[in-house]
Design a protein around this ligand. Structure first.
Ligand code: ZN
Length: 284
């Protein structure tokens, strides 16, 4: 029996922020875990000019990603090869190599090739709002959904020369709205500095409506692993103030559960789950 999970994320650091505990837990439990990163975060922030320059940021972030994967235990990590599109409304959106501008079928084809090669039963991606509206997160959602539905169709992408493979469950990463809303008051209660709300989250309430969250995964044992992996993304620590403001001793409380919204399920599984492989373990 081989349980295989593929997580698709737009930038280096998203794998740890959204699914670090999940990836570490399933690796530790013996599942095959494959990470796909769509861009190398070429136009991300540089928290300390001693670490990188705009010219070499992609190489530095590739190395940070490799370090984070080593900490999480993820041995298979692949890039889709697009360029970071930057925040919505910035000129990088229109760069010809940007993920935002990439042809959807072409990008989905690259992911289909990886799905057919690694044959995951479970695929995890971003939600349809791109979590906080970043163009690359939205595009990662579109590409993941398209690839999930195309990978099993022999009429799609036959030029790859790979046998079709239909994954059985598709999830979007989620932060339940009630959990998110409780975080800042709890941080204040603990006397921790509460970061200002990011301007790009103001237009719509952040998080997934609680009733859409199907899956809560206990990753509390992996909170220290997630903490270390996050800190491997050294160039990004300036933008990750929400995480770095919380001392490690409180990580199990804040980040000890990772949540998901199940959006496709081709097997019988309970409406509310505590395992991404629920419904699959006996049939594989
Ligand atoms: Zn991102």
């Amino acid at each position: 029996m081989s349980l295989r999970l593929m997580a698709v994320h737009p930038h280096p650091d998203d794998e740890t922020i959204a699914t670090g505990g999940t990836l570490a837990r399933y690796v530790a439990e013996g599942a095959e875990v494959v990470l796909v990163t769509c861009t190398l975060g070429e136009v991300g922030e540089i928290s300390d000019p001693a670490l990188a320059s705009p010219e070499n940021l992609s190489q530095v972030r590739a190395a940070e990603l490799a370090a984070a994967c080593a900490i999480l235990g993820v041995r298979e990590h692949h890039v889709l090869g697009y360029r970071d599109s930057g925040m919505a409304g910035t000129p990088d959106n229109d760069h010809p190599a940007s993920f935002h501008r990439a042809d959807l079928d072409e990008a989905a084809g690259r992911l289909v090739a990886l799905i057919r090669r690694f044959r995951p039963q479970v695929v995890v991606g971003d939600n349809e709002h791109g979590t906080y509206g970043h163009p690359d997160h939205i595009k990662a959602n579109r590409v993941t959904v398209a690839a999930f539905h195309a990978a099993g169709d022999p009429a799609r992408y036959p030029e790859h020369g790979l046998d079709p493979w239909q994954p059985l469950k598709l999830y979007f990463t989620a932060v339940p709205r009630s959990r998110f809303a409780a975080m800042a008051p709890r941080m204040a209660e603990l006397g921790l500095p509460v970061p200002e709300q990011r301007p790009d989250t103001v237009e719509r309430p952040f998080g997934t409506p609680d009733e859409l969250v199907t899956t809560a995964l206990d990753v509390s044992a992996y909170a220290p692993t997630k903490h270390r992996a996050l800190h491997a993304h050294r160039t990004q620590l300036g933008t990750l103030g929400f995480f770095t403001a919380i001392p490690l001793e409180h990580w199990p409380e804040f980040f000890g559960t990772e949540y998901f919204q199940r959006v496709a399920c081709l097997v019988s599984a309970p409406d509310r789950e505590h395992d991404l492989f629920a419904g699959l373990r006996s049939s594989i």
